[in-house]
Design a protein around this ligand. Structure first.
Ligand code: XMP
Length: 532
């Protein structure tokens, strides 16, 4: 894939991660810096085959140790002819494990095995017609002409010995090729993106026909496997503690661990007074009435607000909220003297993204609302293998209500970073009421699940308005709604005007402290999703 992502942002996993998924047929994606590396792994998993992303130069021994059923070489931003182009160990092709090369990965395969890759000078980018001459294993079931997504400059012009050319496009004389006997497959196009409508069939052919994988990666099997692992880790007598936020990750983690060790799990929920409207009550009710998981609910509202008096700087706010959260949690968990384990809802994307440089610099967020590792607990991380959509699928399988499973992400410091200026109880209350109207209307419009996040912001300024012939001087509310896959980038959502109108008029009519509603039309970058 020709893009600006340099391969130095390679994901990295600890060796300890290797056998966490030993029970599953596994396909490893070797990441050459592709924009869509994670997406390939997600698509493989959508085919119910477990997949992990590893650096392109992972040692062969490590690859062997994972006993993969197949390997996928991702795309990458470079030309194979550039001096420092990332190259895999050529012995990779002799492991006896089927290999699929995608885009840059396809070209590497061609080059390493004696084919020709030509710098044509021209590029092929976007939706492209794929002409299938032979279906072979990989294109089985496809029509003779299909749409595919291309993004390349160089192209394969002669296949290595033993390969059959399966398809071409206008800009790629060899758009797909395979050597069935050696289990080597290559596509110049991107089967993982939605603009290749039959891409999942191509991946499925590779996974099921070429690699012989079974569809073993399912929510039910994930639950079974994780419950067994948690039991093995925590043992029959120890206790665990979990910091509950009320979001989907910590809730799913709690239910999984509770399933494994029962009431030896205790959840601690700290109400810092900056949750969405009624959320704290909902969390307590759900855990005590429905899930019946032991919960210590701490009303820390006063405590947090007191510490925020006079604070307007976003970073100080975040720091104070984060520190106070840890302090509260420590006080509570200390009371559970014999808890040895701390459950955290770390996701697979956190595991592979940790170490990217950008995250920490712009905002201190990823430490806020989290707990330091040096609290002396041993960590239990039952979601460590899962992408967010898989956590949701597991949540559904566990029977959690839609309200929890599909909850949009909510930042640790909560409404504290959506009040732009000093946080006071009155402002939290205003923002909660405005936000609740927005949530309700977006849900009514059927758009809630489509959006990564939608929320209200209260900038602490006032402007003049007129209501019922009277001058008003009140707060504005800003509405933010974004689409995103991973929060690294985000696009402002084109919400229908009618919806914005309803939200605006309801907020102004129902929240007397507000006389103006504005819509944030900025994307990330250059803006961020949250305002602070
Ligand atoms: P930004 O504002 O950096 O946010 O574009 C990206 C995503 O991260 C969420 N976010 C947080 N999540 N603790 C969290 O758990 C935090 O302190 C925090 N700050 C931002 C934000 O809501 C968005 O989804």
């Amino acid at each position: 894939m020709t893009d600006a992502t340099a391969p130095e942002h390679r994901p990295h996993e600890t060796p300890a991660h290797i056998d966490e998924a030993a029970g599953y047929d596994t396909v490893l994606v070797l990441d050459f810096g592709a924009q869509y590396g994670q997406l390939i792994a997600r698509r493989v998993r959508e085919c119910h085959v477990y997949s992990q992303l590893i650096p392109f130069d992972a040692p062969l021994d490590e690859i062997r140790a994972r006993r993969p059923r197949g390997l996928i070489l991702s795309g990458g931003p470079m030309s194979v002819y550039v001096d420092d182009a990332p190259r895999p160990d050529p012995a990779l092709f002799d492991l006896g494990v089927p290999v699929l090369g995608i885009c840059y990965g396809a070209q590497l395969m061609a080059l390493e095995l004696g084919g020709t890759v030509t710098r044509t000078g021209a590029s092929e980018f976007g939706k492209t017609r794929l002409c299938v001459a032979e279906h072979g294993t990989m294109l089985a079931g496809l029509d003779d002409t299909e749409q595919c997504w291309m993004s390349h400059r160089d192209c394969i012009t002669a296949p290595p010995d033993g390969f059959v050319t399966l398809a071409r496009s206008d800009g790629a004389p060899i758009a797909a090729m395979e050597d069935r006997a050696r289990g080597l497959f290559a596509v110049q196009f991107h089967p993982e993106v939605v603009h290749t409508p039959r891409g999942m069939d191509v991946l499925g052919n590779f996974l099921y026909q070429a690699c012989g994988c079974g569809p073993t990666w399912t929510p039910a099997s994930i639950i079974e496997e994780q419950v067994a692992r948690i039991r093995a880790q925590v043992g029959p007598h120890d206790r665990a503690v979990l910091g509950l936020s009320g979001g989907v990750d910590s809730t799913v983690a709690a239910v999984l661990v509770h399933k494994a060790i029962g009431d030896r799990l205790v959840c601690v929920f700290i109400d810092q007074g900056m949750m969405r409207e009624s959320e704290a009550e909902h969390v307590v009710e759900m855990f005590t009435e429905h899930l019946k998981i032991p919960l210590i609910a701490v009303d820390a509202r006063r405590r947090f607000l007191d510490r925020l008096v006079g604070v307007t700087d976003p970073e100080r706010k975040r720091k104070i909220i984060g520190e106070e959260f840890i302090r509260c949690f420590e006080e509570e968990s200390r009371k559970l003297t014999d808890a040895k384990f701390l459950v955290q809802g770390t996701l697979y994307s956190d595991v592979i993204e940790s170490g990217t440089r950008q995250a920490a610099k712009i905002k201190s967020h990823h430490n806020v609302g989290g707990l330091p590792e040096k609290m002396g607990f041993e960590l239990v991380e039952p979601l460590r293998l899962l992408f967010k959509d898989e956590v949701r699928a597991v949540g559904e399988q566990l029977g959690l209500p839609e309200r929890i499973v599909w909850r949009q992400p909510f930042p640790g410091p909560g409404l504290g970073i959506r009040i732009i200026g000093e946080v006071t109880a009155e402002r939290v209350d205003i923002l909660q009421r405005a936000d609740a109207i927005l949530q309700e209307e977006v849900k009514n419009a059927g758009l809630y699940r489509e959006l990564w996040q939608c929320f209200a912001i209260l900038p602490v300024i006032r402007s003049v308005g007129v209501q019922g012939d009277e001058r008003t001087y009140a707060y504005p509310i800003a509405i933010r709604a974004v689409r995103s896959d991973d929060a690294m980038t985000a696009d402002w959502a084109r919400l229908p005007y009618e919806l914005l109108e309803t939200v605006s008029s309801r907020i102004i009519n129902e929240v007397p402290e507000v006389n103006r509603v504005v819509y944030d039309v900025s994307s990330k970058p250059p803006s961020t999703i949250e305002w602070e």
